[in-house]
Design a binder for this molecule. Structure first.
Ligand SMILES: [Zn+2]
Length: 223
C-alpha cells in the first residue's frame, strides 16, 4: 500500500510517498529547512528515512529547495539528464505558453516565481525508465516530455501517478487542466493519454490530486 502525502506550499506542492521505503517527489516552493522538518514530524517519519528525491522537471518551483532537502535527508537527487542545465544554473529556461490561460498565468506570476536557493548538481541522471524497487517503492520513473523536454512522471503500481506540471489546477477556476505551458504540446497530450492508461489518481505540482474522470474532461476540453 502507498501512503501519499502532498505538502502544499504557497506556489507548488512536494509529495511524500511511503511504502516499504520513502521518497519525495519535487521540493515544492517556497520552503525553508524548518518547513520540511515540521512536515516530516507531522508524517511521523525521520528525514533520514527518505531514500530518494525525484525532480519532475527543471522549473524552479519544483527543484528550488533540492539542496536543503538533500542536506536534511541525505537522499540522492534524481532528474532527467535534460534538466541538468536548469538545476546547475538554478533558474528557469524560457517557458512557452500554449494558450490564453498560459499567457494570463505568466502575466499574473511575473516576477513572483520562487527562486532556487542555489545551483545543484544532481546525483542520478536518467534518460529512460528507472525502477524504484531499490528504494522500497513499487513503481518507476518514466520520461513524459511535453510540458518540458525534461519532464518525468512517477508511476506507482498502486495506480497513483505524480505528473509534475502535466496536469495542473487552473489558478482561475480551480479545475484540472492540461499544462498551459508546453515546449511540445502534441507530446504533452500523447503523454497525458499514456498516463491515463497506467493510473487512476494523478498528483500534481499545483492543486490536485485529480481523478481519471477529471483528467479525461481536461483532455476533452482541448478538442
Ligand atoms: Zn513546470
Amino acid at each position: 500500500m502507498s501512503r501519499i502525502t502532498p505538502l502544499s506550499l504557497g506556489f507548488a506542492n512536494a509529495i511524500l510517498v511511503q511504502e516499504t521505503g520513502a521518497i519525495m517527489i519535487d521540493t515544492g516552493a517556497p520552503a525553508t529547512p524548518e518547513t520540511y522538518r515540521q512536515f516530516f514530524a507531522r508524517c511521523a517519519i525521520d528525514p533520514q528515512e527518505i531514500r530518494l528525491i525525484v525532480i519532475t522537471h527543471g522549473h524552479t518551483d519544483h527543484f528550488a529547495h533540492a539542496h536543503e532537502l538533500r542536506e536534511l535527508t541525505g537522499a540522492p537527487v534524481l532528474c532527467h539528464s535534460k534538466a541538468l542545465t536548469a538545476l546547475r544554473a538554478a533558474k528557469n529556461p524560457p517557458v512557452h505558453p500554449r494558450n490564453e490561460l498560459g499567457e494570463s498565468v505568466l502575466r499574473m506570476i511575473a516576477g513572483k516565481e520562487p527562486p532556487a536557493s542555489q545551483p545543484l548538481e544532481p546525483d542520478i541522471l536518467i534518460d529512460d525508465e528507472y525502477d524504484l524497487a531499490y528504494y522500497g517503492i513499487a513503481g518507476k520513473v518514466i520520461p513524459t516530455p511535453g510540458h518540458t523536454d525534461c519532464s518525468v512522471s512517477v508511476v506507482l503500481d498502486s495506480g497513483a501517478v505524480m505528473v509534475g506540471d502535466m496536469i495542473v489546477s487552473s489558478p482561475f477556476t480551480g479545475q484540472a487542466t492540461i499544462a498551459y505551458l508546453a515546449e511540445q504540446p502534441e507530446l504533452l497530450f500523447d503523454n497525458v493519454r499514456r498516463l491515463l492508461s497506467f493510473g487512476d489518481l494523478f498528483y500534481s505540482g499545483h492543486g490536485g490530486p485529480f481523478s481519471r474522470e477529471q483528467v479525461r474532461l481536461a483532455l476533452q476540453a482541448e478538442v
